[in-house]
Design a protein around this ligand. Structure first.
Ligand SMILES: C[S@@+](CC[C@H](N)C(=O)[O-])C[C@H]1O[C@@H](n2cnc3c(N)ncnc32)[C@H](O)[C@@H]1O
Length: 263
């Protein structure tokens, strides 16, 4: 996939994206949020948040950060969030999923709905998702993956050059994102109409250097990470605009005010 072309494609379709993709993928979004098993105070990073169709589905007690390559898509997400009138903490930023400008281990859940088939290197994106996920946290992917049926596979291969023009590939195999060190597959089921989409859930294993720490040490470790992020020590090579559409400040402050959030 050509990233610039994909970005331009989604810039152009921001205004009518919901008309085509809202209801078709609604069931999968609902199931994905259930599979996250969110607890009060948890933080979620949504990769390729698009127009924010999942935003109304999150419980009110969680903090959500959403990133996307396309500013017009993010703008739609920002409008949806303001319309909802809910006082949920949501931060939005333009950022490339292949180079997340977040420190390691800072989100309880990292979620990518319908994104891994629109990026040039899906395995790298899921690895990045694992990097920023806390130990024991969940990495959730919702996507169409290529079929193993020979005729279906042949058809998907033939159609993929065409679907490239509309910003995604049909023939991405699930194996591409399996076996990433530190990510254990805990759920794989079919969702959405015709069950053509899969909901994949990984659990982030305890990392050796973090798992051995006591609770207090781990909290200190996370505070240091947070300080790096707050101090703006993000990778200067990252294609990122943290101020786009309101920026991430909203999620950095906890809903109760004052204290910094978990990332
Ligand atoms: C098919 S849409 C899915 C939107 C939304 N997740 C949903 O389920 O409706 C793909 C989204 O991924 C975004 N995207 C594509 N490549 C990206 C990248 N490298 N980094 C971040 N977002 C990307 C696009 O701009 C678009 O908003």
């Amino acid at each position: 996939m050509n990233q610039r072309a994909v970005g331009r494609f989604y810039d152009r379709c921001a205004g009518f994206y919901d008309f085509i993709f809202d209801q078709v993928f609604h069931e999968g979004r609902l199931e994905a949020v259930k599979a996250m098993r969110l607890a009060p105070g948890d933080s979620v990073l949504e990769i390729g948040i698009g127009t924010g169709l999942s935003l109304p589905l999150y419980p009110r007690h969680v903090r959500v950060a959403g990133i996307d390559l396309s500013t017009p898509m993010l703008e739609e997400a920002r409008k949806r969030n303001s319309r909802s009138g809910q006082r949920r903490s949501v931060g939005l930023a333009r950022m490339n999923a292949e180079k997340l400008a977040f420190p390691d281990v800072c989100f309880d859940v990292v979620y990518a709905p319908h994104v891994v088939s629109v990026v040039p290197d899906p395995r790298h994106v899921v690895t990045e998702m694992g990097r920023v996920c806390k130990p024991d946290g969940r990495v959730v992917v919702v996507n169409h993956f290529g079929t193993r049926h020979p005729i279906g596979r042949w058809l998907e291969r033939r159609l993929t050059p065409l679907t490239h023009h509309v910003g995604f590939r049909l023939d991405l195999q699930l194996d591409t994102i399996l076996g990433i060190p530190g990510l254990e597959l805990v759920d794989d089921r079919r969702v959405n109409m015709l069950k053509l989409t899969r909901l994949i859930v990984f659990r982030k294993r305890q990392q050796a250097n973090i798992g051995k720490l006591s609770r207090r040490e781990r909290a200190r470790h996370c505070t240091q990470r947070r300080a790096q992020w707050s101090a703006g020590r993000v990778d200067p090579a990252a294609d990122v605009d943290t101020e786009a559409c309101g920026g991430l400040a909203a999620v950095e402050e906890s809903p109760s005010g004052g204290e910094r959030s978990a990332f």
